[in-house]
Design a protein around this ligand. Sequence first.
Ligand SMILES: NC(=O)c1ccc[n+]([C@@H]2O[C@H](COP(=O)([O-])OP(=O)(O)OC[C@H]3O[C@@H](n4cnc5c(N)ncnc54)[C@H](OP(=O)(O)O)[C@@H]3O)[C@@H](O)[C@H]2O)c1
Length: 278
Amino acid sequence: MKPVPDAVVLVTGASSGIGLATAVAAARAGFTAVAGVRDPAGATALRETGIDVRKLDVTDAASVAACVEGVVATHGRLDALVNNAGVASAAFTLELSSIDAVRASLEVNFFGVLTMTRAALPHLRAARGRLITVGSVRGVIGQPFNEAYSAAKFAVEGYLEGLAPTLAQLGVAVSVVEPAAVLDTSFVASSPLDPAALLAGAGPYEAAFRAYRGFVAGGAVEGAQTAAEVAAVILAALADPAPPFRIPTSAYAAAYLARKLSDVDGGGVQDLTRSWLT
Ligand SMILES: NC(=O)c1ccc[n+]([C@@H]2O[C@H](COP(=O)([O-])OP(=O)(O)OC[C@H]3O[C@@H](n4cnc5c(N)ncnc54)[C@H](OP(=O)(O)O)[C@@H]3O)[C@@H](O)[C@H]2O)c1
């Protein structure tokens, strides 16, 4: 996809972090960038850059429909959707969490992606455009004490890996961008979890949780990137004439995925599943 003003890119969760960096980078590259945010009144920085800011809650079907249809009404088309909105693990080890907390994670991290994608697809097909979704290395390797988050991101991977060969036949490229840690975002600060309270109620999992907290504090930021670095990978995927299905955002993320996958970019699976459709 060429970065020209008549190519319209909608980024969800663009109020902060990777989404904000992606919307700004897309606008600077020459796309018409549309930023979906839950609170447009707080999006002054985006507005100052001339980006079209739209109200969007990905868990609200009416909000999703109004945003997507509004973008097409204003700009005449939608060439790319960047599903970026996401929330940190809303649940501790799931045995000790409420099912409602788990559902809340899946509402944003999986059903939000699904709802946005369904609304955008008619327009992406018309444009022979792009569907790019921010997954996570935790959507390939399950992370202790992040079970709900990993479950949601695994669901995203499965959904999009299944959809990709079908959409490829219709000219829409599907990619999942997979960062490891990204530190300069609101991701951890926005998490509803209180580690001290969790530790107090951890019961048989206390020792494991203490060790995990130590691991996170001591080394889990290895290979960390900035939001701008991840945004640059998303922009490269938008411009790539044939982007891979799975796009680790760094050499560190690629090596992490390779611990589990022999088909890191998903090309082998896409070759196989595309062959079933011809
Ligand atoms: N940070 C990391 O280490 C990391 C690593 C791998 C993958 N990721 C993924 O990267 C993506 C972006 O995260 P980030 O690190 O940039 O965190 P972030 O700064 O917290 O950004 C998350 C964005 O999602 C939005 N959001 C949350 N719930 C929403 C909803 N119901 N509807 C619409 N928007 C909603 C937030 O909006 P509000 O401002 O309104 O809350 C915010 O704009 C997520 O999908 C995350 O899973 C992050």
